[in-house]
Design a protein around this ligand. Structure first.
Ligand code: SAH
Length: 354
């Protein structure tokens, strides 16, 4: 049993079963034993790898995409450049290097990183090596200014709740105890107005997920973009509308039981992009676009070729493998999707369609 399993079991004994959202938030962010609070989970030696860790091209192209959106909106100055959940800071380092040549972009930018893990803030500071970075805990703390924002594999880490359809209402799936072991159970059936729109297309027994923090954050980003201008790129796995249990745990690059060793595995859920797009109104949103198609439209093939010219042997092989991993349908190319947010009346960020 992990230290955190003991803490969670004691809490359940004292106050009853907890929502999956409480469980997820505790496992990921508990200040002493939480997953993100205690380690750097990225890369080959960690638990999972993300697009910016696979290739520099990911950060470069998202950077050029947002810099072009900034130019298209008349190069507002000053503006906020923000990343939510920057991990090791790799994406932002590539983003900043690629946009150095865009006239006026760096001079007008105020760089903000939204990161809740103190350990990862330190890693980000070391990666970026700059003295003009402002860290904040929440999107609400960003300045009221034009906002250009990127979020890669951020929304999947936010706590979800799960509801199982009953005859006329919903049962919440909750984390309780079976003997000494953590186990999922069902709360009593009741009505849930937030899921009224899912009643027509679901049947008894179906599972639907909600992510209240995700909707709140998308709402805040959308309100700023609608009011001040800007654009957001939200990249993650998921679908336009989620159905079924997508709660998953990964440790050492392999799926594992999410209740076996709390705090030791990354916990995520697929992103319900429709919920984010709805919450972001009055900002406009683009079509949900596969990552591979988005990167190809931004010219990743030409960039991959240019980089390959300077490489030989295994370095060249692994660079080309990284390119395929980001774009191929069987790899991250279609599993990952991109949603763009932009001001109503403006053009969408390059690579995306309204
Ligand atoms: N974008 C990075 C890392 C993705 S992992 C990459 O692509 O490699 C998720 C990141 O979000 C981590 O940096 C984690 O600490 C951060 N995070 C998770 N929940 C958060 C929250 N509620 N507020 C701010 N940051 C959060």
């Amino acid at each position: 049993m992990t230290a955190l399993a003991g803490v969670i079991a004691a809490r359940i004994r004292a106050t009853g079963p907890m929502s999956l959202a409480d469980y997820m938030a505790t496992c990921l962010m508990d200040p002493r034993h939480g997953y993100y609070a205690t380690r750097d989970p990225f890369g080959a030696g960690g638990d999972f790898t993300t697009a910016p860790e696979i290739s520099q091209m990911f950060g470069e192209l998202t950077g050029l995409c947002l810099a072009q959106a900034w130019l298209d909106q008349g190069a507002p100055a000053p503006f906020t450049l923000a990343e939510t959940g920057p991990g090791r800071g790799t994406l932002m380092a590539d983003f900043l290097r690629a946009t150095r040549a865009v006239p006026g972009f760096h001079a007008a930018m105020r760089l903000h990183l939204v990161e809740s893990s103190p350990a990862l803030r330190e890693t980000q500071a070391a990666t970026l090596g700059r003295d003009d970075v402002t860290w904040c805990d929440r999107v609400e703390a960003l300045p009221e200014a034009p906002l250009f924002l990127v979020a890669n594999e951020f929304f999947d880490a936010l706590p979800i709740r799960q509801f199982q359809r009953g005859q006329t209402g919903w049962h919440e799936r909750v984390v309780g105890l079976s003997g000494d072991r953590l186990a999922l159970g069902l709360g009593p059936e009741g009505p849930l107005p937030a899921l009224d729109h899912r009643l027509a297309e679901t049947r008894p027994g179906d599972i639907v997920e909600t992510c209240a923090p995700g909707a709140a954050i998308a709402g805040d980003i959308g309100a700023r973009i609608a009011a001040h201008g800007g654009a957001a790129l939200i990249v993650d796995y998921g679908d336009w509308r989620s159905l079924g249990d997508t709660f998953q745990a990964v440790a050492g690059h392999a799926p594992t039981d999410p209740f076996a060793a709390p705090g030791m595995a990354d916990l995520t859920a697929h992103v319900d992009f429709e919920a984010l797009a709805r919450a972001a109104a009055p900002a406009a949103h683009t079509r949900l676009t596969p990552q591979g198609l988005f990167l190809e439209r931004l010219g990743i093939a030409a960039r991959a070729e240019a980089l390959a010219r300077g490489l030989t042997g295994t370095a060249r092989e692994s660079h080309l493998a990284a390119y395929r991993r980001l774009t191929d349908a069987g790899e991250m190319g279609t599993l990952f999707k991109v949603l763009g947010l932009f001001p109503p009346g403006a053009s969408p960020p390059p690579g995306l369609e309204p």
